[in-house]
Ligand binder design. Structure first.
Ligand SMILES: Nc1ncnc2c1ncn2[C@@H]1O[C@H](COP(=O)(O)OP(=O)(O)OP(=O)(O)O)[C@@H](O)[C@H]1O
Length: 581
């Protein structure tokens, strides 16, 4: 409990501190509102008693005007309070969302592999959304409502101790009843939320694989799974909603009977002391009894919300406390220009003791091109991931310019490596944003020069609105997407490039463009190429053939290409595509 409270307040303090002035005003508004609400029935009482005693008079007009004034003030404060509450909540939760996204992005790939994008969206957005109320008003409002409840009960006691006692017993019973009923409801909503998270996880995954699903004719199967998901989701939601409606109906009956009891009690007390219990007092009692429902209902909902918030805060802390298995090194840096690469007895496996790469040793001199070949699943992409430090080797060492990749800061390392994968991620955004990764610091001139250097001027000219043209996602071929990725890397200007070449067959025009772009891209850089085309492999100075994660053949291009007993010689004879595809 203590840990939880500490977490509540740590989170509140961290995200509300920058908005302390707004939060202070919010508290003032909420407490002011409670005070005004307590005053209004007193004015009504005064109005009724004055009207009954003196008939129409100037005092009545004054009371009526004050009532209207209070009501307007009440509304004004409510509007200001909503505005301020929303603004505080959005600012705090947006910051929290940003921190969570930044944290998730800093985690290594094994974390992302274990969770679907849908699940992460639900955890970052769903949980933070629930917290927004907590930030904007939950704690303050809880305090305000407890104050209002105590104020109403105090007024009942002031009218008559029996009225005070009756109202207190009623408040206690009503609150306990609501809490018991709500507690029964919680597991239903937890199950509903779980079903919803599973559904969105499923949806996200299927949307991502739309092309494959269609290509494999699996649409009907996926739709059937959809239906099954709905069949699970619907009854859970239905049950939760029905239970909630039942609570509402029972409450309605309790409230109605309490109002009737208040009128009976008022009449009963008046029969003893008509001077103290006036008609105005009975009306005020009735109004206060009606008003009691508000804070009781809100208090129990807020206690409930606190429970939900508790779960969210726990999950958020859990996410924040998940740390990356990759740690920044001591901060070694690299010089500019082409970088040497070295693998020394590197062994790596995704699943602990099942190695995917086995005892790899090779070296690439600065400015040289290493061509990597191997059947599908032989470990080529994994090798590239180790250079980029998406994972760390379990044994051995990967070095750039003689420095272990684990000794540098991850950001520094990745700034020096240009990575072009087969699966180029394009955004539904302008060509400029796609090329610069939304980095506004890169000028249009630099982008245009890069496009020109890579031989893409003609492509650029064909864009209807130049760099502002919005890229329709999925509208580019694999080759074209790689051309865009080359431009990104060219703008980054790294010392080493890792290229996982597009394995699909390219049309001659795109292939020619890629050839020209590669000339420029490789110039003055070290390159590691997972090659699928003969023309690309011909650029390599060294060849590495992988088989089952181990080196099958490694040597200079010229030597292997002329060695009739080599595997590479054989590959060149039959064609890479046929053997490696
Ligand atoms: N994230 C991952 N988690 C677990 N296993 C993985 C992961 N990525 C790849 N593997 C496995 O590691 C092995 C090597 O995969 P890798 O992608 O490196 O091969 P590849 O030679 O690049 O294949 P391809 O030419 O098809 O891209 C395969 O058995 C693959 O199933």
């Amino acid at each position: 409990m203590l840990v939880l409270l500490r977490r509540y307040f740590a989170l509140l303090a961290r995200y509300l501190r920058p908005q302390w002035v707004g939060s202070l005003f919010l508290a003032l508004f909420l407490f002011g509102n409670a005070g005004l609400q307590l005053l209004k029935p007193q004015l009504l009482k005064l109005f009724i008693d004055t009207a009954l005693a003196h008939g129409v008079s100037l005092t009545l007009l004054l009371i009526a005007c004050s009532f209207i004034g209070f009501a307007l003030l009440n509304q004004g404060i409510a509007v200001a309070d909503s505005y301020l509450g929303e603004s505080i909540a959005w600012t705090a939760t947006n910051q929290l969302r940003t921190d969570l996204v930044a944290h998730c992005l800093s985690l290594d790939l094994s974390f992302h592999k274990e969770r679907s994008p849908g699940e992460l969206i639900e955890r970052i957005d769903g949980d933070v959304d629930t917290l927004s109320h907590f930030f904007s008003r939950l704690i303050i409002q809880l305090g305000g409502n407890i104050l209002l409840l105590c104020g109403i009960l105090a007024i009942f006691f002031r009218i008559d101790w029996r009225a005070g006692l009756g109202a207190s017993v009623y408040a206690l019973i009503f609150l306990s009843m609501l809490m018991v009923m709500r507690r029964r409801l919680i597991p239903l909503w937890v199950a509903q939320r779980q079903a919803s998270a599973e559904f969105y996880g499923f949806l996200g995954e299927r949307l991502e694989g739309t092309a494959e699903i269609r290509a494999n004719g699996a649409t009907t199967t996926v739709l059937r799974r959809f239906l099954r998901q709905f069949h699970t989701w619907f009854p859970i939601t239905y049950k939760a909603r029905m239970s909630e409606t039942r609570i509402f109906l029972v409450n309605f009956a309790v409230i109605a009977s309490s109002l009737v009891l208040t009128l009976i009690l008022g009449a009963y007390l008046r029969s003893f002391n008509p001077a103290a219990i006036t008609i105005g007092t009975i009306f005020a009692m009735y109004t206060y009894a009606f008003m009691l429902v508000g804070p009781i209902w809100t208090i129990q909902t807020q206690l409930q919300d606190l429970q939900q918030v508790e779960a969210c805060i726990q999950r958020i802390y859990e996410l924040f406390s998940t740390t990356s298995r990759l740690h920044d090194g001591s901060g070694a840096t690299f010089g500019r220009g082409p970088l040497a690469l070295e693998f020394e007895h590197v062994t790596f496996g995704y699943e602990g003791d099942v190695p995917v790469l086995r005892d790899l040793t090779f070296a690439v001199q600065p400015g040289q091109v290493l061509g990597i070949l191997g059947r599908t699943g032989s470990g080529k992409t994994t090798l590239a991931r180790l250079i980029f430090r998406l994972y760390d080797a379990q044994q051995g060492c990967v070095r750039l310019d003689g420095v272990s990749v684990q000794q540098t800061h991850l950001q520094t390392l990745r700034q020096h490596i240009g990575l072009v994968t087969q699966d180029v991620q394009l955004f539904q955004a302008s060509v400029r944003d796609n090329l610069t990764f939304f980095n506004r610091g890169i000028s249009d001139e630099r982008i245009l020069t890069a496009l020109e250097n890579l031989g893409l001027s003609a492509w650029y000219q064909s864009l209807p609105t130049g760099l502002d043209t919005v890229l329709p996602t999925g509208a580019l071929s694999a080759g074209e997407a790689q051309l865009l990725a080359f431009t990104r890397v060219f703008l980054q200007d790294p010392g080493i490039i890792i290229l996982d070449e597009a394995s699909s067959r390219l049309d001659p025009a795109t292939a020619a463009l890629l050839e020209k772009a590669l000339d420029t891209l490789f110039d003055g850089r070290t390159a590691i190429v997972i090659a699928h085309r003969l023309s690309t492999i011909q650029r390599a100075n060294e060849i590495l053939i992988l088989e089952d994660g181990a080196v099958l053949e490694y040597g200079s291009y010229d030597k292997l290409a002329h060695d009739v007993s080599s595997r590479f010689f054989h590959l060149l004879q039959v064609g890479l595509e046929e053997v490696l595809a």
